[in-house]
Design a protein around this ligand. Structure first.
Ligand SMILES: [Fe+2]
Length: 153
């Protein structure tokens, strides 16, 4: 996997109603805050340990709202629109189910005010190539806080 990616992904199924993939995590790999659009996500920990975090954007600030540790056999539920991130805490392998298609998703830079809009098929990280970003703004934004600049009127 490229150096900047927190995990390698292997898609098992990519249908209109269900996507399934296995993520094998780099030691210490962590995703930045991101959402899964309108999709409901279920993440089963197959091996190792994970740190799961959630955030909200309020008043332009990115605030962590939870941080929990999980081990093999546990299932995490990621509700539509929630900003979350997973990190490897040792030997992490995860199985992800997403209901419904993810057309586009948000990924936030945790280190500076920046939000990128990516294609749903992208991995949950900020792409190294700016051509992989659909559009972006120099601020942290939450769900429904900005209008797509590609639309007019
Ligand atoms: Fe995710």
């Amino acid at each position: 996997m490229p150096a900047e990616h927190p995990y390698a992904r292997r898609v098992l199924q990519a249908g209109p109603d269900l996507e399934r993939m296995v993520a094998s995590w780099r030691p210490g790999g962590a995703t930045p805050p991101h959402d899964h659009a309108e999709s409901l996500g279920l993440v089963r920990i197959l091996a190792g340990h994970a740190i799961h975090r959630t955030w909200v954007v309020r008043g332009g600030e990115l605030r962590e709202t939870s941080r929990t540790e999980h081990g093999a056999g546990e299932i995490l539920v990621v509700r539509p629109g929630v900003l979350h991130g997973l990190a490897d805490a040792g030997g992490l392998v995860t199985l992800h189910h997403y209901t419904g298609p993810i057309d586009e998703m948000w990924v936030l830079d945790p280190d500076r005010p920046y939000t990128a809009r990516l294609r749903g098929g992208a991995g949950a990280w900020l792409p190294a190539d700016p051509r992989d970003v659909l559009w972006s703004i120099e601020a942290w934004v939450g769900r429904n806080e900005v209008r797509d600049p590609r639309t007019r009127g």
